[in-house]
Design a protein around this ligand. Structure first.
Ligand SMILES: NC(=O)c1ccc[n+]([C@@H]2O[C@H](COP(=O)([O-])OP(=O)(O)OC[C@H]3O[C@@H](n4cnc5c(N)ncnc54)[C@H](O)[C@@H]3O)[C@@H](O)[C@H]2O)c1
Length: 331
């Protein structure tokens, strides 16, 4: 498994390409933004999304999805979640039947409310489909800072194959079969990161952030269990781990976006200023709809949904959350 096709040359696709290229894999990256790809080729650096990380000589570029994936043993999708379906549809006719497909996008498709593996199921054999997720900022992985993630697949064998492919002395990969739990943890923590950012932006402290993270995780687990995930997954790397990294770091676009909203910027202004994909802004819509549909109580998600839609002010959301009926912590 030496040839890797990468679809989506953003910060995460690039960081993971450096991991694989560093192990001697031949990586071919494709992106719908041709100008961006040309700049990368010219500078041997992803100046737009991951500046300061030199591209390994094993990284090459492809000018179509076909060129990126047709010989690939493994195809890595690193496009934003709302673009996963179109990226997959463009590549699927050219993906070898014996290739593995790894997806690192984190989100829920807004129009269908599907998790990304549910979309993939219509195109790819689930036994060859693997999700890679966990607490991992591209900026740190690109600089070889120690990082741990998990691969999840319905086929443990596939998850283990990708564990071996991606693991290095600085990038440690665990396995699990709980695809639903891993996907929901990765997608929904971005909503809580928006909330943590809003709280920080309003000038609140560590207590408020700890409350948002802990109670946020409680409602992520509640929705996850209703959707068939294992509760213990939410205590692991792709649940608690990813929530911590996203809610506490300035690398997190979702948190940065939230901070600006908490400081009074409109949701549109905040997203524009971040300038890269802010997954939580889409996921919050899908999660809100899922919570309504499945009748799961998700007060933090609901509050953040209303703030990001401009329906209520952040201060009113805090008042609403703090004024809810008192209850048992485990209820
Ligand atoms: N950045 C991170 O540290 C990180 C870590 C873990 C997971 N993720 C997840 O990975 C996904 C990508 O994030 P990112 O940070 O790399 O985003 P990014 O905004 O840095 O880059 C996304 C790239 O995908 C490209 N793209 C969009 N649609 C495409 C398509 N149909 N085909 C090919 N390319 C397409 C864009 O042109 C862009 O270059 C997101 O779901 C994110 O949540 C990111």
């Amino acid at each position: 498994m030496n040839k890797i096709g990468v679809i989506g040359a953003g910060s995460w696709g690039t960081a993971l390409s450096t991991v694989l290229a560093g192990k001697g894999c031949e990586v071919r990256m494709f992106d719908v933004d041709e100008q961006h790809l040309r700049r990368m080729e010219q500078c041997r650096e992803n100046v737009d999304y991951l500046p300061g990380v030199e591209l390994n000589e094993n990284i090459r570029f492809a000018w179509s999805s076909e060129e990126a994936v047709r010989d690939a043993d493994v195809v890595l999708f690193s496009a934003p979640a709302q673009h996963f379906r179109s990226a997959l549809e463009a590549a699927v006719p050219f993906i070898r039947e014996d290739a593995y497909v790894v997806n690192v996008g984190k989100g829920i498709e807004q129009k269908s409310l599907k998790r990304l593996s549910e979309i993939a199921r219509d195109y790819i054999d689930p036994a060859r489909y693997v999700v890679l997720s966990g607490p991992s900022h591209a900026e740190e992985v690109g600089r070889r800072m120690p990082t741990t993630v998990a691969t999840a697949s319905e086929s443990l064998e596939a998850a283990e194959k990708m564990q071996n492919l991606f693991s290095t002395d600085r990038f440690r990969v665990y396995t699990t079969e709980d695809v639903t739990g891993v996907e929901l943890g990765g997608a929904l923590k971005n909503i809580i990161a928006l909330g943590a950012g809003i709280s920080d932006g309003m000038g609140f402290g560590d207590n408020a952030k700890a409350a948002l993270m802990t109670r946020g995780l409680a409602e992520i687990r509640r929705l996850g269990m209703k959707m068939g995930a294992k509760p213990e997954t939410f205590a692991g790397l792709t649940g608690t781990g990813d929530l911590i990294v996203t809610c506490t770091s300035m690398h997190s676009r979702n948190r940065r976006c939230g901070i600006m909203m908490g400081q009074g910027k409109s949701p549109e202004e905040a997203v524009r200023e971040v300038g890269m994909v802010v997954e939580g802004m889409y996921t919050v819509d899908a999660a809100y709809q899922l919570a309504q549909k499945l009748q799961v109580e998700m007060p933090i998600t609901e509050a953040i949904y209303k703030v990001t839609r401009g329906e209520i002010k952040a201060a009113d959301a805090i008042e609403e959350l703090m004024g809810r009926e008192l209850k048992h912590e485990q209820a």
